[in-house]
Each structure stands twice: as C-alpha cells, then as structure tokens.
Design a protein around this ligand. Structure first.
Ligand SMILES: NC(=O)c1ccc[n+]([C@@H]2O[C@H](COP(=O)([O-])OP(=O)(O)OC[C@H]3O[C@@H](n4cnc5c(N)ncnc54)[C@H](OP(=O)(O)O)[C@@H]3O)[C@@H](O)[C@H]2O)c1
Length: 258
C-alpha cells in the first residue's frame, strides 16, 4: 500500500532508463515517461524480467515541452499507484557549437526541453507529491557550474536548473518536500550523439560514468533526501578548481568542444 512511487521524465534511455530500473529493483513503483514508446516498452520488459520481488513500471508517452502531456501522465500514474512520492525531472538535450553560429531552431529545442520541460514537470507533479516526505529531484550538470565554451547554451540551461533547485527548496520546505540538485558529470549515454548543433567534441580523455552508476547515486540521494549531490571525486575536484582558479578550468573546458 505504501510503496514509494516515482515519476521520471526521459525514462526511454540513458540515465532515466537506468534510474527506472534501479528504482524497480529496490521495490519502488515507477511512472516512466518519454516520447519513444518502443523504448518505454523495452523498459517495461526489463522491469518484468527482474528477480522478484520488484516494483512495477507504468510507461506513459509524454513530451516535456507540452505541459498538458505531463499533467495527464501524472494523473494516470496517481490513478494507477494511488500515490506519488518523488518526481525526477531528467529529460534533457545537449547542444554544441559556437553560440553565434548556431541555428536558432537547435537552440530553441534545447531551451524548450531543458527549461520549459523542467518547469512543466515540476508544476504538473508537485501538488500530487506526498507532503512530509515527498521529493523533487532535478538532473543538473557540472557543466552548469563552470565556463563551457561551445556548449554554452546547454550549460546555461543547467545553471538554470541548479539555481531553481536552491529557490524551490525553500518554497517547498514548509510542505516537507525535499529538493535535490544532482550535479551529474560526463556519462556514457546517447546524449552526445543527440546534441543539437554542428560543433564537435574534441577532448575525449575525461573519465566517464555509466548510466547505472548515476542511477544508483540518484536512488541513494532519494533514500538520504540529499540536497546537492556531486557524484564523484573527479567532479568535486573540477568544482574546487573552479572556485580557486576558474580561468584554469575554463581553459581545460575550452579544449573539450569546438
Ligand atoms: N550524459 C551526460 O554526460 C550528462 C551529464 C550531465 C547531465 N546530464 C543530464 O542527464 C539527463 C539525461 O540525459 P542522458 O545522458 O540520459 O541522455 P539520453 O540517453 O539522450 O536521454 C535523454 C532522455 O530525455 C528524453 N527527452 C528528450 N526530449 C524530450 C521531450 N521533449 N519530452 C520527453 N522526453 C524527452 C529522451 O526521451 P525521448 O527522446 O524518447 O523522448 C531520453 O529518454 C539530461 O537532463 C542531461 O542534461 C547528462
């Protein structure tokens, strides 16, 4: 009756897919949303194949740029499981290339997905989240904390996410709802293939996490109701370096894209 229930956007691949699976392994129920329904069907099959006991997944199509689509997915999820404890605003899209050379269409889809999509997800779900124990998890990026030439618009959207997390935490504390800012570093997913824009990634030797590692960190952050999570020592080093010598980190970041 009281099984924890999560709502996740971007559950069709990468971090969202792995998090849905990791949550179901813990016995939590998952409402997994995205646009690619065939990938969501794969998620349902993967959850069904987990050793018992495991949580259930309800896969629902939803486009985060469409507020109504999220309202409907939350409604159907609560109808199915009877409660909602955690929302994970994960859906996102990368970008590369010099700002002034970028097509507006590419920049706009990044803004609509990463900013509007995040806001629509939060606004559609918070009223359904359990008071005193509920949680909003926002998937941000280390890139949003540092200078990141040639992927500047993407990084700025993630700075927006982390800024919003700080303020939203105070707005929701009276309802007993926690807000977690996950500062994710480079992770091996479809993310890089799908980045909008014409630039290239030129630096390749930085350590990369798997989506399963990130998923485990997200589940741990849910269990601990963490506020801000930097997942690994390498990223903590980058952020410390950015505080002490931001020019150095900016120079290193500039070598990563063109
Ligand atoms: N990979 C990294 O290095 C990295 C680093 C830091 C932060 N992050 C963040 O992690 C999050 C997940 O990215 P990922 O690495 O797992 O990439 P991914 O494998 O490309 O997954 C992105 C997910 O977002 C969904 N999505 C995109 N646009 C959408 C829309 N309009 N409506 C609904 N869903 C949409 C995709 O589903 P559909 O296409 O099926 O809709 C997909 O499930 C993103 O917010 C990203 O910024 C990633």
């Amino acid at each position: 009756m009281n099984t924890k229930t999560l709502f996740i956007t971007g559950a069709s691949s990468g971090i969202g897919y792995a998090t849905a699976l990791a949550a179901a392994r813990r016995g939590w129920n998952v409402i997994g949303t995205a646009r690619r329904v065939e990938r969501l069907a794969e998620l349902e099959q993967a959850v069904a194949a987990l050793p018992s006991p495991h949580g259930e997944v309800l896969a629902l199509p939803a486009d985060v740029t469409q507020a109504e689509s999220l309202v409907e997915a939350v409604r159907r999820g609560v109808e199915r499981f009877g409660r909602l404890d955690v929302v994970i605003a994960n859906a996102g899209l990368g970008q590369r290339g010099a700002l002034v050379d970028s097509n507006w269409a590419d920049l706009e889809v990044v803004l609509r997905t990463n900013i509007d999509g995040l806001l629509h997800t939060i606004r559609a779900s918070v009223s359904a989240i359990q008071k005193n124990g509920g949680q909003v998890v926002l998937i941000s990026s280390v890139a949003g904390q540092i200078a990141t030439p040639y992927t500047a618009t993407y990084a700025a959207t993630k700075a927006f996410v982390s800024s919003l997390a700080r303020s939203l935490r105070l707005e929701l504390e009276e309802q007993g709802i926690a807000v977690t800012d996950m500062l994710v570093g480079r992770t091996d997913t479809e993310f890089n293939e799908k980045r909008r824009g014409a630039g290239a990634r030129t630096g390749s030797n930085l350590p990369t996490m798997t989506s399963d590692q990130v998923a485990e960190s997200i589940c741990t952050a849910i269990e601990k109701r963490s506020q801000t999570v930097v997942l690994r020592p390498f990223d903590r080093l980058i952020l410390l370096g950015n505080t002490l010598a931001p020019w150095l980190i900016a120079r290193l970041a500039k070598k990563q894209y063109k």
